[in-house]
Design a protein around this ligand. Structure first.
Ligand SMILES: NC(=O)c1ccc[n+]([C@@H]2O[C@H](COP(=O)([O-])OP(=O)(O)OC[C@H]3O[C@@H](n4cnc5c(N)ncnc54)[C@H](OP(=O)(O)O)[C@@H]3O)[C@@H](O)[C@H]2O)c1
Length: 249
């Protein structure tokens, strides 16, 4: 397989790390962006040991949107071109806190949606000019239907899904691939506070990573991971709103 140059935003994410490990084993070049510089160094060292040809890192808080053009340019320079980008950063906000204080709701929308729109816009223009590349973004099944227990997170991911549909339609004509990744429940630090993560609906980060690598390779548009969430969400989306609004979900 030809060597690939991969930019990972939110490289400290458990799902992103598992994905990066798979690409490192293929000898990829990687450029990692995350908040904590020390953790970045540890992650980079691990990926070098696993076979990555080159690993560069950059520490950034991705809510600082004005830094996005420089981040994309730095990755492009370091790897001599970006083939694939994986956008993995995100937060699962406390829904009750978001209801009590609009500032908490807006902060969750900012990191989960606005920052991704900003980054994808920069990357799309670069890749469209070169007529090549893949933009893979981790969304969530939570974006498919709003429900009372997590609709701020869901709204951010739902907005992201619509944005990515439009971006895919635009970039189709420029030879650039846009992938929307919709995981279900995954045992990562994000969900650590949730009770009983051992049930059959729960996946491990590496299960999701395997699906991400395969979907990128196959040029898929959208992927539910694991696959059975496609069936669950199909049923959830079929329920009439008049019934759905009465459920305690
Ligand atoms: N876990 C699930 O059940 C699940 C399900 C569906 C979708 N997802 C999505 O999967 C993606 C990866 O999440 P994960 O499950 O792997 O959880 P995770 O390990 O908690 O990763 C989330 C990452 O986002 C980073 N991040 C948060 N705010 C940031 C900011 N302002 N600037 C830069 N980075 C920031 C965090 O960095 P720090 O380490 O610095 O905090 C962390 O590394 C997210 O988009 C999430 O919404 C997760």
């Amino acid at each position: 397989m030809a060597m690939t140059n991969i930019l990972i935003l939110g490289a400290g994410s458990a799902i992103a790390r598992a994905t990066a490990q798979r690409y490192a084993a293929q000898g990829a070049r990687l450029f990692l962006v995350a908040r904590d510089p020390q953790r970045l160094d540890t992650i980079a060292a691990d990926l070098r040991v696993r076979g990555a040809t080159q690993v560069d890192v950059l520490a950034a808080d991705l809510t600082e949107h004005e830094r996005h053009p420089a981040i994309v340019a730095a990755a492009d320079d370091a790897m001599n071109g970006i083939d694939t980008v994986l956008i993995a950063h995100g937060v699962l906000p406390d829904q009750e806190a978001c209801e009590a204080d609009a500032r908490a709701a807006l902060a969750a929308i900012d990191i989960n949606f606005v920052s991704v729109v900003s980054l994808c816009t920069e990357l799309a223009n670069l890749m469209a000019e070169r007529q090549a590349g893949t933009i893979a973004v981790i969304s969530s099944v939570a974006g498919d239907r709003g429900r009372q227990s997590n609709y701020i997170y869901g709204a951010a991911k739902g907005g992201l899904n619509t944005f990515l549909q439009g971006l895919r339609n635009r970039l189709q004509h420029a030879g650039v691939h846009v992938l929307t990744i919709k995981p279900g429940f995954v045992a990562t630090p994000m969900t650590e506070h949730l009770p009983d993560r051992s049930g059959s609906l729960w996946a491990q980060p590496d299960d999701i990573a395997e699906g991400i690598v395969r979907a990128i390779e196959k040029g898929r548009d959208e992927v539910y991971l694991p696959w059975f969430w496609a069936v669950i969400l199909m049923i959830i989306k079929l329920l009439p709103e008049a019934l759905f609004k009465r459920l305690k979900l």
